[in-house]
Design a protein around this ligand. Structure first.
Ligand code: PMV
Length: 353
């Protein structure tokens, strides 16, 4: 009966959608209006590392993010904690600590999570954070459910988090059921499948976004006629084409679909009342730079995509194009003139070439 602490640690990278999720059909369960497809980044760069501890001496659940205590009272944290606790199993560790399945209801957890990238950079962190939280709590509580089920729990923390349960290319299937049981992520291809791709994130602004994805999506669902058309007609077709492009390493098709889908998502934002502006002039200049390059070569050299903020995610088919892209970016945006700096994800050495 002495004092003991049992811990588990996990790490999850963030993911970048190439077919975007935008709009919920159920806000509480976080059920989307369309399927989406993403690529999970390599864990050395944009990831969350989370340690969860349980002890009979903890009087309440608590969480620290990057060393600062944050509230767990929000519905999203509570959903994840509740769904994992429900599935907790007997645990017996090598030191002889034994926790019975039924004890988990009474025990409290302490959670410490760190992002290995500056939170101030305005890069999405909720996807990595909630995926990691759910995965690590599941590990601590000896949860036996498969990744699909874990993804549907992570989804209730942040929609895009369900896709970070897997590496490689991932599809979040919107599902048909009202209870969300079939709104899960599936892996399309693992992280070794398309090794040559290089992802560069150009940090355009480190400011926090003005419109949260939650309120932005709500406004779009309520007011944008384009969103309805996109969800019902455009995305189902694009998802099929994107799956095919990924399967066959078809960069031309992959790049065209990725750019078109990012642009349509931002068009939906503009079609929302009041309109939402996530990209800024620098974002638009990056798009023009890439479009001009792609057009002059007659075939896509690099793809771009933007989430709910101005930062550019650029995907090159190989190191050669990634190096050329960096050269072009540094030429157009000399580092001393503005705050554009690049994060290389996948291979740091290109930055110093
Ligand atoms: O999971 P959320 O609520 O942070 O929404 C993410 C929305 C986008 O990043 C814009 C698109 C996506 O599919 O990740």
């Amino acid at each position: 009966e002495g004092q003991w602490v049992l811990m588990a640690t996990g790490r999850s990278p963030t993911n970048i959608a190439v077919i975007k999720y935008w709009g919920k059909r159920d806000e509480a369960l976080i059920l989307p209006v369309n399927d989406s497809i993403s690529v999970t980044l390599d864990p050395d760069h944009l990831s969350a590392t989370t340690t969860v501890a349980v002890s009979p001496s903890f009087p309440s659940d608590r969480m620290w993010l990057n060393g600062q205590e944050i509230s767990l009272s929000g519905g999203r944290f509570q959903s994840c904690l509740r769904e994992i606790r429900k599935r907790a199993q007997d645990v017996e560790d090598e030191k002889g600590i034994r926790i019975k399945k039924e004890d988990w209801e009474k025990l409290h957890v302490h959670i410490a999570s760190y992002n290995n990238f500056p939170t101030a950079a305005g890069l999405a962190s909720s996807a990595a954070g909630f995926a990691c939280l759910v995965f690590t709590l599941g590990k601590l509580m000896n949860v036996k459910e498969d990744y699909g089920e874990l993804s549907s729990i992570a989804r209730q923390g942040s929609g895009s988090a369900c896709r970070s349960i897997y590496g490689g290319f991932v599809k979040w299937c919107m599902g048909k059921n009202d209870d969300g049981s079939d709104s899960i992520a599936v892996q399309l291809a693992d992280e070794t499948h398309w090794n040559d791709l290089v992802i560069i994130i150009a940090v355009v602004s480190s400011k926090q976004k003005e419109t949260s994805s939650t309120s932005g999506m709500r406004d779009s669902v309520e007011t944008s006629p384009l969103l309805q058309y996109r969800a019902q007609t455009v995305v189902p077709n694009r998802v099929l084409k994107m799956e095919e492009a990924i399967k066959s390493h078809n960069f031309e098709s992959f790049a065209k679909l990725t750019c078109a889908d990012s642009n349509q998502f931002h068009a939906v934002c503009l079609d929302t009342s009041p309109p939402i502006f996530y990209m800024n002039d620098t974002s638009h200049r990056i798009i023009s730079l890439v479009e001009k390059w792609n057009h002059s070569e007659g075939t896509p050299q690099v793809a771009y995509t933007f989430d709910a903020g101005p930062n550019a995610v650029l995907i090159a088919p190989n190191r050669k194009n990634a190096a050329l892209l960096l050269k072009k970016l540094l030429y157009c945006f000399p580092p001393q003139d503005n705050d554009l700096s690049s994060y290389m994800v996948g291979d740091k050495s290109i930055l110093s070439d």
